[in-house]
Design a binder for this molecule. Structure first.
Ligand code: HEC
Ligand code: HEC
Length: 270
């Protein structure tokens, strides 16, 4: 955590990055939008723009490590938001320095521990909407949510980092064993965590369950950045499609309910 903090405060690396890669457009846009220099003094009295902020390609593996460590500070939603926005601070600076990273703390445990939308998706969505138009956010976040519902977590990759003891920003050495994986079939924290508990045999209060959610934060941060990078490059294409079964339900129930969640995770088919 301390190390991450230090990195965040390292204006030097930010400046040298800007110099060496010359992401001039993003920088200029950021500076103009905010009416201030990129890494220097910030205005404290101006109103922040409502336009999407400049995005610069980020490193998804770095995001994985930051999100994992951040989970143990303020939960899943904060963790993913923190990973993305702290990296945008490093790379773009400007307005990102004015966004409080703690603002997604409410999303933990599916919002104040209610088990609704998985906090990782909430945090990713907030960060995505900072950089993308509402229409693009719908596409990106919609696809991210779909991917989440059908992907086994924690991923092999996130387990591998743990086994290699690669979560270098964690304040305390994390559990390094590979953990059981489960598919949520749902964007809900409730279903996601319960499915994993059933599969792994660990209780909700077990440190392994927290570690599972920390790895999940890394997985979602990684995926969100991978998607944003392709979006930035102009090559993003949504890939998620609802299951045939859900599509069948929707063919009759498109106007008496709202959503794309797997219907039979809650309703009996008829
Ligand atoms: C061929 C059209 C059709 C399909 C396909 C269909 N439904 Fe229905 N469903 C209906 C009709 C008609 C009703 C009765 C509506 C009413 O009573 O207002 C209904 C009622 C329901 C209800 C209301 C509760 C109830 O039992 O009366 C639920 C929930 C529901 N469907 C869920 C589903 C799910 C989940 C699927 C997919 C597995 C599905 N439906 C597929 C036509 C369909
Ligand atoms: C997370 C659980 C969950 C999922 C997933 C879900 N529903 Fe529901 N659905 C509910 C609940 C809870 C209600 C409210 C039931 C009530 O008030 O009787 C409801 C209500 C409905 C109703 C109205 C029921 C009625 O009695 O008239 C329909 C129709 C319906 N859902 C269809 C769907 C379809 C189609 C899908 C998939 C696209 C779906 N639901 C996914 C939980 C869910």
């Amino acid at each position: 955590m301390e190390e991450t903090q230090k990195m965040l405060e390292k204006d030097v690396s930010r400046r040298s990055f800007l110099k060496t890669t010359g992401i001039g457009l993003g920088v200029t846009a950021g500076a103009l939008l905010f009416g201030t220099g990129i890494a220097g003094a910030q205005t404290q009295d101006g109103v922040v723009t409502e336009s999407p902020l400049p995005y610069a390609e980020l490193d998804p593996e770095e995001a994985r490590l930051r999100a994992h460590a951040a989970y143990f500070r303020a939960g899943c939603s904060y963790a993913v938001f923190y990973a993305l926005v702290s990296m945008l601070r490093d790379k773009v600076g400007g307005p990102y320095n004015q966004i409080p990273l703690r603002m997604l703390g409410y999303g933990r445990g599916g919002a104040a521990s209610w088990g609704t939308l998985c906090g990782t998706l909430n945090g990713a969505g907030a960060a995505i909407n900072l950089v993308a138009s509402d229409a693009d956010t719908n596409k990106l976040l919609g696809d991210l949510i779909g991917w989440y519902t059908i992907t086994p977590f924690p991923s092999q990759e996130s387990n591998d980092v743990a086994v290699a003891q690669g979560y270098k920003y964690d304040a305390k050495a994390p559990i390094s064993a590979a953990l059981a994986t489960s598919v949520s079939n749902s964007p809900l924290c409730h279903a996601s965590v319960a499915a994993w508990i059933k599969k792994s045999g660990f209780k909700a209060s077990a440190p392994e369950r927290a570690e599972r959610c920390a790895r999940l934060c890394g997985d979602v941060a990684f995926k969100a950045i991978t998607m944003l990078n392709t979006w930035k490059a102009g090559t993003f294409a949504a890939t998620f499609k609802v299951s045939g079964e859900t599509a069948g339900c929707l063919s009759c129930h498109s106007d008496d309910q709202v959503g794309k969640m797997a219907c039979t995770s809650c309703h009996e088919p008829h």
